[in-house]
Write a protein that binds this ligand. Structure first.
Ligand code: FAD
Ligand code: FES
Ligand code: FES
Length: 464
């Protein structure tokens, strides 16, 4: 039995937990304000909010309901556009109307829900953050400038929030319906323990956030027997133990961005992660899913390869540790047994003399997968390279650590000759193919430019 609160209504359902939240809401609850667009996480027409209790605080996130299984909202609060309706237009809807930010209206519920997500978040009430909240929403007929103006107005409503809890602020100020104030208490009493259906031991599919699987197997996965990993407490959390960072396999990309450990060791983390998908996808995409889907251009995979991450797999009581660089045997072929799941990822946090950089080139800056991406961990001493790990995606059938290039660079002085020689060696290690992301020659050129970019950024950020 899956239980959750949908807007202001308690839901208990025996429907398959693999069914998408979008289908459940539209076809079983007959709430058709949420639209179906691409069904692939790209357009944001299906955006909903999900609130859950974390350390006794209620936290809301936007997500793409077309890729979210019902099992992943068990015990939570789901908000659709209908749940934001008030007597007249709420102030977010009014801002969209006043700024002429809607024409055909198909995308509008998604934009309004994303902006409500911004209002319910702990983020600073800046126009920049409000605009970033709609980075997963596409509009095909209204100019984005009018939507940006509406988002800026929404940020203004939130400016006096200060330390007030967002749910209390939005209900007290009639930005969202008053019943939002009671959700935290309702979630506390929602009985969600012991749901064996979500932990099936003989499951045919293991699902994290679902952002890869639900694109690949949209029509068949609904009826599959699924083991839901997203809310498994053993797989959550990001912590520091000594000089190691330990990431639970089900930590999301958003968890990574918000981790104090990651922020303190990777000061430009937010800039790197802005290049990864969009807010609603980052909110549900797990790090484990990024590694196990074995895409040759997985951004987190490339990031973690340059950090020489170690993976811990678990099968019942047994654990197995392997370096990430030994995971990929061929295109989508893994050094992993079928019944092993990824439990955690760890890596050594960079020391003072180590510089880290991530670069990604894609056709669009936002919400696009890479043509080529690359990360670099570079340890220098007196302008000499003590250690370096450069990884690259989109240039081989697997995410690649450029081992020969890295071996050459060790011990070299940093200068133009070294970098050009390294690029020439890198060219011998890669086998890019021509596809929709660019020709093989273009990808070769890109990798060379990204290697240069790593060294340029290292000099800009003054590594000693
Ligand atoms: C619109 C859109 C944009 C995207 N943009 C990007 C992007 O910019 N960069 C990028 O890198 N990716 C992108 N992706 C791909 C995807 O979101 C990421 O790879 C994501 O991290 C996958 O995680 P998930 O939890 O959603 O995976 P899922 O779909 O849940 O799972 C993916 C695979 O991993 C397996 N799996 C998951 N967790 C475990 C575990 N703990 N143990 C064993 N197996 C496991 C599943 O069985 C499945 O085979 C995008 C996807 C979409 C839909
Ligand atoms: S329908 Fe397009 S993102 Fe879900
Ligand atoms: S108003 Fe038509 S798609 Fe946005």
């Amino acid at each position: 039995m899956i239980k959750f609160i949908l807007n202001n209504k308690d839901i208990s359902t025996q429907l398959p937990p693999g069914m998408t939240l979008l289908d459940f809401v539209r076809y079983h609850q007959h709430l058709t304000g949420t639209k179906v667009g691409c069904n692939e996480g790209d357009c944001g027409a299906c955006t909903m909010l999900v609130g859950e209790l974390k350390n006794n605080a209620l936290q809301y996130r936007s997500l793409t309901s077309c890729l979210t299984p019902l099992g992943n909202v068990h015990g939570k609060h789901v908000v659709t556009i209908e749940g934001l309706n008030m007597e007249g237009l709420n102030p977010i809807q009014q801002a969209m109307y006043d700024e002429s930010a809607t024409q055909c209206g198909f995308c509008t519920p998604g934009f309004v829900v994303s902006l409500a997500g911004f209002c319910l978040s702990d983020q600073n009430a800046t126009a920049e953050n409000a605009i970033a909240a709609v980075d997963g929403n596409i509009c095909r007929c209204t100019g984005y400038k009018s939507i940006e103006r509406a988002a800026t107005k929404v940020a203004q409503f939130m400016q006096s929030k200060q330390d007030t809890a967002p749910t209390a602020f939005v209900s007290d100020n009639q930005i969202l319906p008053g019943w939002f104030a009671g959700i935290q208490q309702r979630l506390q009493v929602l009985q969600t323990e012991g749901n064996g259906q979500l932990h099936a031991t003989t499951a045919s599919e293991w699902v994290g956030g679902g952002t890869d699987l639900y694109v690949q197997k949209h029509d068949t996965i609904k009826e599959a027997s699924i083991r839901f990993l997203f809310d498994d407490a053993q797989l959550k959390g990001i912590s520091q133990q000594g000089n190691q960072c330990i990431i639970g396999a089900s930590a999301t990309v958003t968890d990574l961005c918000e981790s104090p450990v990651m922020q303190s060791y990777f000061p430009r983390l937010a800039d790197f992660m802005k290049l990864v998908s969009s807010t609603p996808i980052r909110n549900i995409a797990t790090i484990g899913g990024n590694l196990i889907n074995a895409s040759p251009i997985g951004d987190l995979t490339i990031f973690l390869l340059a950090l020489d991450a170690t993976l811990v797999f678990r099968k019942n009581e047994q654990q197995r540790k392997i370096p990430l660089r030994q995971l990929y045997k061929g295109y989508k072929q893994l050094n992993r047994q079928a019944d092993e799941h990824l439990e955690s990822i760890s890596f050594e946090l960079p020391g003072n003399n180590t510089f880290f950089n991530f670069e990604k080139v894609s056709k669009r800056t936002n919400l696009d997968i890479a043509s080529v991406n690359s990360a670099c961990s570079l340890t220098l001493q007196n302008d000499q390279i003590l250690n370096v790990r450069i990884s690259a995606g989109g240039v081989a059938p697997v995410p690649k650590l450029l081992e020969e290039t890295n071996a050459f660079l060790k011990g070299q002085p940093v200068n133009e000759i070294t970098i050009n020689e390294a690029i020439a060696i890198a060219q011998t290690e890669i086998t890019p193919i021509s596809d929709a992301r660019g020709t093989a020659d273009y990808k070769r050129l890109l990798l060379g430019q990204l290697i240069k970019a790593h060294f340029m950024m290292a000099s800009q950020y003054a590594v000693h």
